[in-house]
Design a protein. Sequence first.
Length: 399
Amino acid sequence: MPARSLRALDMLAFFVADAQTGFGPFVAVYLTAQKWTEVQIGLALSVGTTAMMLSQIPGGALVDAITNKRTAAAIGILGITGSALLLALAPMQLSTIAALVLQATASCVLTPAIAAVSLLLVGHAALGERLGRNARFASIGNGLAAAVMGAIGATFSTRWVFLLTAALGLPALAALAAIPPAAAKRKRTGSSADSLLGGAWAIIRDRRLLVFGGCTVLFHLSNAAMLPLAGIEVTRRAGETANLIIAACIVVPQVVVALSSPWVGRTAGTWGRRPILLLGWAALPVRGLMLAFLPGPWLLVAGQAVSGISAAVFGVMLPLLAADLTRQSGHFNLCLGMLGFTVAIGATLSTLLAGWIATVAGAQAAFLALAAAGAAGTLLLWLAMPETRDAADVATGMN
């Protein structure tokens, strides 16, 4: 594969991550500045979260059905660009909810589309290393975009954050256009409703997917609420320095992801999937215990650094496992959508569970409960998840 195409994929991952950063905490800040009430903000964000959850499987199925994966990625980029413009130019309640729904559905198309383009460019044998590069450039993009958008929001207004988000769609589309159409086009193997239903049924019947789906639910049940809960505790303990500590809690894991993701991808191809999966999952209970027992607010940053290990492993291994599990069926993106649905379930349950436990028994008990969920996921992975690496890929990688 020409180096130009691979560099274009690097830039695509970078600029897409840049654009997605605009839809993080900046949305709540922007709506607060627009005099929205907490109830209105909560409703809008809940609708967006629900749309994200419900769009995972249809988004993956749509990417499977589109022969040219560049087209699918372009649809996702344009959807995110349009939603950012709608937020910036028309921050009324109905249009804002529509923008958040559009962003959620577009993301559920764009994420599997980029993974599909990566698979078509490098093949199964080199996919792990390629996904590691994608994660590295995405992490760098997230970190830089968060810093630039924070500065722009503070200097001008949060509206400019979303105008910048929309503008970032242009270099993302340019990077996508630099990938040759033929390289991102998959031979049609049948995209009829019968073929789709048959592929879905074959995926669901795969015991490995069921086990990994359960592990994914437990991963995000443990992971999703840790940073918000840590943020609350930091605010209580640190006072005026809380914003600085929270910023460090966000940036440090991104640095760990950027540094370690390529190693994760390469090593998954040589050691196999199971050892790397166990490393990422086992970091979750360690992080939960650190957040529960470390005494000072700045030491929470150390706990968050451990989350970078889990994030690197999960970001690389989820699409890699999906590729392993669908090598014969070809429904790679549908499988990604199904696994994305399990991510959404785990993350939703995590915030509800942690919030309830923290209210009833305190933050330390909540961190311990989240650590226990991570330990349960690690145990399930160890006992029930088989190795999915194909022996042919090992031979290919050694040649």
